[in-house]
Ligand binder design. Structure first.
Ligand SMILES: [Zn+2]
Ligand SMILES: [Zn+2]
Length: 255
């Protein structure tokens, strides 16, 4: 599995882009950044987008991608996957012919550019030889992380935005995670805000890792607030955990 980090920031500044993780050029996890980073050729390879939750920083590039497809006269069709509350929000508040044209019926309902597909929590879907399963996480709105398993038994888990979620780790306790991409948005001093907004700090992350039956082989931090990037990095280092680091936009991970 080759995962390209299109964006991994918890806010936007030049060089710090909203979350987007591209698996093998075709399957995207979260769509905070697509069209502002990828060229047209790369955009047109995307076939599936798995959304963790409907917050704007995770969905906002979809409308621009749909627009690029129609303007470029491409035949591409993309399926947007998520749990039904997220799908409903995207339909109602984004593709509603008011905020943006409804690309779920354009150019016509039978051949629409976007196909919205609901997923059930804990139930996997097979795509491109992978099994992709949404697991509930703890955020301020309905949210899931995605467990991706390949045929060789390699696994990565992307949490999306989450605060402490012991039940999620309990559910996955029998599965060795080879690559964990997990939210740490705030430094330790902002513990209260992190918990209130459904995010982690380095100290909260440590507690989550202790809850896991076996430590993930590699741990990558996503969604840090750029204003606190350095302090979060220092605090992560001080955890003295092996194979853990902050992600950067443009990184490529191999699982
Ligand atoms: Zn969020
Ligand atoms: Zn977010």
């Amino acid at each position: 599995m080759k995962i390209k980090v299109i964006g991994c920031s918890g806010a936007e500044f030049p060089g710090h882009n909203a979350p987007g993780f591209l698996l093998d050029d075709e399957i995207l996890f979260d769509a905070g950044s697509i069209t502002n980073i990828l060229d047209e050729q790369a955009q047109m390879k995307i076939r599936s987008i798995f959304i963790t939750h409907a917050h704007l920083d995770h969905i906002r590039s979809i409308p621009f991608l749909a627009d690029n497809i129609i303007v470029g006269k491409k035949k591409q069709q993309i399926t947007i996957f998520s749990i039904s509350p997220v799908i409903k929000t995207i339909k109602k508040h984004l593709f509603n012919s008011s905020v943006w044209p409804d690309f779920t019926i354009i150019p016509n309902p039978a051949n629409a550019i976007l196909n919205l597909q609901g997923l059930k929590v804990d139930r996997g879907i097979a795509i491109n030889g992978y099994l992709i399963t949404p697991h509930k996480v703890n955020h301020t709105v309905p949210a899931v992380g995605y467990l991706v398993e390949d045929k060789n038994g390699k696994r990565f888990f992307y949490t999306g935005d989450t605060g402490p979620c012991p039940k999620t780790w309990e559910k996955m306790k029998h599965k060795q995670i080879h690559c964990l991409i997990i939210d740490v948005s705030f430094p330790n001093s902002m513990n209260e805000l992190a918990l209130k907004t459904g995010h982690l700090t380095p100290e909260l992350l440590k507690k989550e890792l202790m809850r896991m039956k076996s430590m993930p082989e590699r741990i990558y931090i996503t969604h840090p607030k750029p204003q606190y990037f350095k302090s979060i990095g220092c605090q992560i280092e001080r955890l003295k955990i092996n194979n853990i680091r902050l992600l950067h936009d443009g990184d490529t991970l191999t699982v």
